[in-house]
Write a protein that binds this ligand. Structure first.
Ligand code: ATP
Length: 364
């Protein structure tokens, strides 16, 4: 007995000329929260639908709990689903909505009642079973959809952008809540999103999808701190990009000439002198110095002078937008010091060499 709940073996799905999912392998462990993250059209939904049994792969196999289910219909897979338009039946009560999957399975009344009690309590919906969906708040409706996905005690739960229609505040609340339910239940959740913050907040592991393939798959901290490609760095990283050519290689370091001078970065494996390269540095890895900001002179070799264009106050942090003489903008995330630094102030932006991640420019 292994801890693997779901296994995909070389799964492929084509729609005419488009390969929506391309020879994908995946193993989901018992108890993990797994996010499928990628831009629109990268194949996330198709992959989820293949796991659910709503889409048949052209090639490859799907196994759930060690049993091949590739040719089984959705109801025979022991998988729960929650979708973006969670589509509660408006003329059914909360209780009727929630037990719907058990009705489809022709479960006994006693079993339905028992499970309903469990689901209402788990999702903090006690006392709301008799209401209709339009008598609930957005968050409560979302919890009803979750209860419906979980009522049949599935081996895993699939969620496709379930928070996309909620406002920002409710969304962040639900992110934390859904993660808590997942940890309480211990079954794997596979969560599709194009929102990197959502993926980072909720999941244990992330696969970043691009053109039907996994561009990178790993623990979320790994994806965030060690992006494997320019695509991942851009998609996940809140990163500034500086593009230029390698002027010199000194051991493990590359000196990169670009329009605004030269910077040092860790040398990417295959890079040679003259290679076109992009350096990515996260907003929070850059520091900003200037009158009213951070009085002392910046240390280290990577320093760029610019002009403060704007300060975006975000509460606990602020984003400083710095215009460089090249016309490029950098974003530096730091402590808010509103009213001290002002737009048009001369500033210096600095960052340590090791904060840079370098990739060939054509990947970006
Ligand atoms: P989004 O975030 O916009 O939902 P996604 O990452 O979920 O995107 P998919 O919906 O899986 O992407 O689509 C992957 C590719 O397959 C896209 O190019 C899409 O146009 C195509 N595709 C998906 N379903 C079909 C279909 N039923 N018929 C034809 N093409 C399809």
């Amino acid at each position: 007995m292994t801890g693997v709940t779901l296994e995909l073996q070389s799964v492929t799905r084509r729609f005419g000329p488009v390969t929506a999912v391309d020879k994908t392998d995946l193993a989901i462990e018992q108890g993990e929260f797994f996010a499928l993250l990628g831009p629109s059209g990268s194949g996330k939904t198709t992959l989820l639908r293949i796991i659910a049994g709503l889409e048949r792969p052209d090639e490859g196999r799907v196994l759930i709990g060690g049993r091949e289910v590739t040719d089984l219909p959705p109801y025979a897979r022991n998988v729960g689903m929650v979708f973006q338009n969670f589509l509660l039946f408006p003329h059914k009560t909360v209780a009727e909505n929630i037990v719907f999957p058990l009705r489809m399975q022709r479960a006994s009344r006693a079993h339905r009642d028992e499970q309903l009690k469990w689901a209402l309590s788990l999702l903090r919906l006690d006392g709301l079973g008799g209401r209709y969906p339009n008598e609930l708040s957005g968050g409560q409706q979302q919890r009803v959809a979750l209860a419906r996905g979980l009522i049949a005690r599935p081996a895993l739960l699939l969620l496709d952008e379930p928070l996309a229609n909620l406002d920002r505040e409710l969304r962040s609340e639900m992110e934390v809540e859904i993660r808590r339910y997942q940890k309480e239940l211990g079954i794997p959740f596979i969560y599709v999103t194009h929102n990197q913050e959502e993926a980072l907040t909720m999941s244990d592991r992330i696969a970043v999808m691009r053109n039907g393939r996994f561009e990178q798959i790993g623990a979320k901290t790994e994806i965030y701190t060690n992006p494997a490609s320019a695509f991942v760095a851009t998609f996940v990283g809140h990163a500034n990009r500086i593009s230029g050519g390698i002027a010199d290689i000194q051991g493990d370091l590359a000196r990169i000439e670009w329009g605004g001078g030269s910077v040092l970065a860790p040398r990417p494996g295959s890079a040679q002198r003259g290679s076109a390269i992009s350096v990515f540095v996260k907003h929070e890895d850059m520091a900003i110095h200037g009158a009213g900001l951070n009085g002392k002179r910046p240390e280290g070799v990577n320093q760029l002078a610019g002009t403060l264009r704007d300060i975006i106050f975000k509460g606990q942090t602020a984003n400083y937008i710095v215009a460089l003489p090249t016309g490029d903008d950098l974003v530096v995330s730091g402590t808010p010091r509103a009213g001290v630094a002002r737009p048009n102030d001369a500033v210096i932006v600095s960052w340590p060499i090791e904060a840079g991640a370098c990739f060939p420019r054509e990947d970006a």
